[in-house]
Write a protein that binds this ligand. Structure first.
Ligand code: ADP
Length: 266
């Protein structure tokens, strides 16, 4: 009793006729599942040795000769690379969990204003006065998973701070229009060339300049954000202009409102 995955395409032709094609994609789905399981297993297996390694590295500094600059340089390189690997493993585990688990989003009312204000405060502390960070959000509650929504928005807010040079500005807004609830994160940083925009939410995709810089990202943040938004029936819109800045918008249908759909007469 094996189930088969089919991909159906319906092509209209003639007056009232349709051509229906069914493609058996069971094999492709099976391979995709194997790939996800493999990534999940490898990441899980790497987690413990990396934690042990970082722990030992932390104690090793106590045995250092502080006058030995070469030793210290090598030590700091080892430590930062180990932490980078740990960040990668952490993000990969989050991403595979989002891809493989059913939408069992723990739905609870999430206060948009409180969540965004909390993230803005964290971003201010990270920026340490190097950016002007403004927040304005309406006081509404949406149904969703607090932790997931928090990481989705936080990826966008921290990216804006990370990629915007000192003296720049980051504006975070949470609002509602006729058809949607939106969270916009706007910065006046370097902007992104149009050719990169469709690829930004792909796993490990990073614009060259970011790879070379020491911003320390994993290239998985926007892929994570995209998946979280999809689990909340939302999606990510990206607009950017080189030299002017970027706008990342999360758009949700009004049905995410905890109080239900608003009265259309309002
Ligand atoms: P990373 O861990 O590299 O930040 P992300 O998936 O979060 O990975 O982002 C992918 C790439 O998109 C980044 O490496 C960077 O090149 C680009 N990017 C994301 N946000 C911004 C931004 N606000 N301004 C400029 N470039 C950005």
């Amino acid at each position: 009793n094996q189930s088969v995955a089919l991909e159906m395409t319906i092509t209209p032709f003639g007056n009232d006729e349709r051509l229906i094609t069914a493609r058996d994609i069971t094999h492709i789905e099976h391979l995709e599942r194997m790939r996800k399981d493999f990534v999940a297993n490898v990441s899980h297996e790497l987690k413990t040795p990396l934690t042990v390694l970082i722990g030992y590295l932390e104690t090793l500094i106590d045995y250092s000769d502080e006058s030995d600059n070469r030793w210290l340089r090598i030590y700091h390189q080892m430590q930062s690379q180990a932490v980078r690997m740990q960040d990668l493993v952490h993000d990969l585990l989050i991403l595979t969990r989002l891809e493989t688990t059913e939408i069992n989003v723990k739905e609870q009312p999430v206060n948009l204003k409180q969540l965004l204000e909390h993230l803005a405060a964290e971003a201010r502390s990270f920026s340490n006065g190097r950016h002007e960070i403004q927040i304005s959000a309406i006081d509404i509650e949406i149904d969703g998973c607090y932790d997931e929504l928090s990481s989705a928005f936080s990826n966008l807010i921290f990216n804006a701070v990370k990629y915007t040079p000192e003296g720049g500005r980051v504006d975070i807004t949470g609002y509602r229009d006729k058809t949607s609830i939106r969270v916009d994160v706007i910065d006046n940083g370097p902007g992104i060339d149009q050719k990169h925009i469709p690829h930004l939410t792909e796993r490990f995709y990073r614009v060259d300049a970011s790879r070379k810089s020491d911003t320390g990202g994993t290239g998985l943040g926007l892929a994570i954000t995209k998946h979280i938004l999809m689990r909340h029936n939302g999606h990510l819109l990206i607009e950017s202009k080189l030299g002017y800045g970027s706008k990342f918008s999360c758009e949700f249908p009004l049905s995410v409102l905890s109080s239900g759909l608003p009265d259309p007469s309002n």
